[in-house]
Structures are given as structure tokens and as C-alpha cells.
Design a protein around this ligand. Structure first.
Ligand code: HEC
Ligand code: HEC
Ligand code: HEC
Ligand code: HEC
Length: 190
């Protein structure tokens, strides 16, 4: 009996270690391959939306006022109560953080690239699926999108943030909001 339990423990530790860990990399890491006009220029479309400036919004007077009215004791851009919907991957070890050492320029740059609602806020953390090799394997049907953490977002992914926890909540329906963020391949709109 003991041996079986031990065996199971070793096995589950092995499975755990094998589970791929998907990490956030930032929207700029998608730009090189997803900004071609003849393929829908998803990056430029995203950059034109409010999502791209969601962090900057926290620096405005309007945000300061909202935070004060809520009784927050720190500035909105330092408050988890705001950041959780206004940056990429809040709460995840690879997501946006407040405790980056000032002198670590590399980490600071990487963190700055997570200061928005970005591609990965909807499509999932990109560390495994951002390569051409992996994308080609998906296209060829050799692996599934899910196995590398890539999602086709649905309304469920939107209402993680578009809900009444938002101090400025506006009623959200997919039908009304989808067109503002849509960035299909041209071939899919013909
Ligand atoms: C090295 C190039 C490259 C990079 C970098 C890259 N992609 Fe892609 N991506 C591709 C290719 C190639 C396809 C497949 C296009 C096709 O099927 O015609 C693709 C497809 C996709 C699709 C559509 C999947 C489907 O089949 O519906 C999504 C969504 C996507 N990428 C998101 C991202 C995001 C988000 C990032 C950044 C984290 C990213 N990609 C980075 C090359 C790249
Ligand atoms: C990680 C949180 C998050 C996710 C996920 C998210 N949004 Fe947003 N969205 C925001 C924030 C924050 C703003 C406000 C940005 C600003 O004005 O600075 C916003 C603004 C918008 C706006 C413009 C304001 C409005 O309400 O008309 C639209 C449209 C929108 N989002 C659509 C969507 C859709 C569609 C999805 C899902 C496919 C989605 N969003 C997913 C956080 C999110
Ligand atoms: C549950 C997710 C969520 C949280 C938490 C959140 N926001 Fe937002 N925020 C959004 C979304 C989604 C929008 C787009 C408009 C809406 O609320 O439907 C938005 C929009 C805004 C806007 C633009 C308002 C407008 O007119 O479009 C401001 C300013 C703002 N948020 C400030 C804050 C501040 C300050 C905090 C923290 C006190 C905060 N938000 C917390 C999700 C959130
Ligand atoms: C607010 C959520 C949201 C954000 C942010 C977002 N996307 Fe998307 N994306 C979607 C949705 C929804 C679809 C349509 C999924 C489907 O067809 O089922 C989509 C589709 C795509 C497709 C496939 C297009 C097609 O016609 O099949 C690509 C490629 C893509 N996104 C890349 C990106 C890249 C790159 C970024 C960042 C620069 C990004 N997306 C940011 C929600 C988002």
C-alpha cells in the first residue's frame, strides 16, 4: 500500500512538472507577425482601441476621483483594485507587477509592455504560441491551440472585466461591443 501511495506521489509530481507553464510576453511580441495590412493588421487595430491605453487611463484626474470616492489610500495606478482589469496578467507571476526594481531596466521594459489590456488578456499568455513553428504546427493540425494556451475569445473572456465590479460599468453585450475590437483576417470577411 505504502509503495502504491509513494508511486502515485512521484507520478503526480512528474505530471505537474510536465504541465506547460504559459507566461505573458506583451503585445509588442505579437507585432512582427500580426501587423501586415493584407492580413488584417491586428496590432494596429488593437492599438486604436481603448484597451491599448487602459493603463494610461488610471493616471487621469477622473481615475483619481474614482479611487478617492472608493476610499483607496494609494493612487489608482498602484491599486490592485484598479490594476486587475487595466493591465495584462494581474496576479500571475509573469503578469504586470508593481515591485520591479528601479535599476532592472530589462524587467522594467518587459513590465511596461504589460501595461495595457493586450492581446494576451483575451487570447491567453503567449510564451508557447508566439513562435512561427508552433503556429505552423497548429495550422497543419499537428497540435491544438489549447495545448499551447491560445484561445479564440468568447463573451466569457470579456466579462471577466466587463462586469459590475468596474466602477464605471456600462452594460455589456457581445453584439454591441464586438465590432469595436474586431480584427479578422481579410479572407474571413469576404
Ligand atoms: C513569428 C510569427 C508570429 C508571432 C510572433 C505571433 N504569431 Fe500569431 N500567428 C502566426 C501565424 C503564422 C498564424 C497562422 C496564420 C494562418 O493560419 O493563416 C498565427 C495565428 C494567430 C491567431 C489565430 C489562430 C486561429 O487559428 O484562429 C491568433 C489569435 C494569434 N496568432 C495570436 C497571436 C498573439 C496574441 C501573439 C503574441 C503573443 C502572436 N500571435 C504572435 C504567427 C505569429
Ligand atoms: C483584462 C480586462 C478586459 C478584458 C478581458 C476585456 N476588456 Fe474591454 N475594456 C477593459 C478596460 C479596462 C476598458 C477601458 C479602457 C479605457 O478606457 O482606458 C475596456 C474597454 C472596452 C471597450 C470600449 C468601452 C466600451 O465599453 O464601449 C470595448 C468596446 C471593449 N472593451 C470590448 C471588449 C470585448 C468585446 C472583450 C472580449 C472579447 C473585452 N473588451 C475584453 C478591460 C477588458
Ligand atoms: C472588474 C474590472 C475593472 C476594475 C476592477 C476597474 N475597472 Fe476601470 N474599466 C473597466 C472596464 C471594463 C471599463 C470600460 C467601461 C466600463 O466600465 O464598462 C473601464 C473604464 C474605466 C475608465 C474610463 C471610463 C469611461 O468613461 O469609459 C476609468 C476612468 C476607469 N475605468 C478607472 C478605474 C479605476 C480608477 C479603478 C480602480 C478604482 C478601476 N477602473 C477598476 C474595468 C475595470
Ligand atoms: C478584447 C479582446 C481581444 C484582444 C485585446 C485581442 N484580440 Fe485577437 N481576437 C479576439 C476575438 C474575439 C477574435 C475572434 C475569435 C474567433 O474568430 O472565434 C480574435 C481573433 C484574432 C485573430 C484571428 C483572426 C481571424 O479572422 O481568424 C488573430 C490573428 C488575432 N485575434 C490576433 C490578435 C493580436 C495580435 C492581438 C494584439 C495586438 C489581439 N488579437 C488582441 C479578441 C481579442
Amino acid at each position: 500500500m505504502k509503495r502504491i501511495v509513494l508511486g502515485l506521489m512521484v507520478m503526480s509530481a512528474f505530471v505537474w512538472a510536465q504541465t506547460p507553464k504559459f507566461e505573458y510576453v506583451g503585445s509588442n511580441r505579437c507585432k512582427a507577425c500580426h501587423n501586415k495590412a493584407d492580413q488584417g493588421a491586428q496590432y494596429a487595430q488593437w492599438e486604436s482601441t481603448d484597451h491599448a491605453k487602459a493603463y494610461e487611463t488610471l493616471l487621469t484626474e477622473e481615475s483619481k476621483k474614482i479611487a478617492e470616492e472608493m476610499g483607496l489610500t494609494v493612487a489608482p495606478e498602484k491599486a490592485p483594485e484598479c490594476l486587475r482589469c487595466h493591465v495584462i496578467g494581474w496576479g500571475d507571476p509573469s503578469g504586470y507587477k508593481l515591485d520591479i526594481p528601479e535599476d532592472d531596466m530589462r524587467a522594467k521594459r518587459a513590465n511596461d509592455n504589460l501595461a495595457a489590456v493586450g492581446c494576451e488578456s483575451c487570447h491567453g499568455p503567449g510564451s508557447e504560441y508566439k513562435s512561427k513553428k508552433v503556429k505552423d504546427a497548429i495550422t497543419a493540425g499537428e497540435i491544438t491551440k489549447e495545448s499551447v494556451g491560445l484561445k479564440n475569445p468568447t463573451v466569457e473572456d470579456c466579462i471577466i472585466c466587463h462586469n459590475e465590479d468596474s466602477p464605471t460599468y456600462k452594460p455589456f453585450t457581445w453584439e454591441e461591443k464586438y465590432s469595436a475590437i474586431s480584427h479578422p483576417y481579410p479572407k474571413n470577411t469576404e
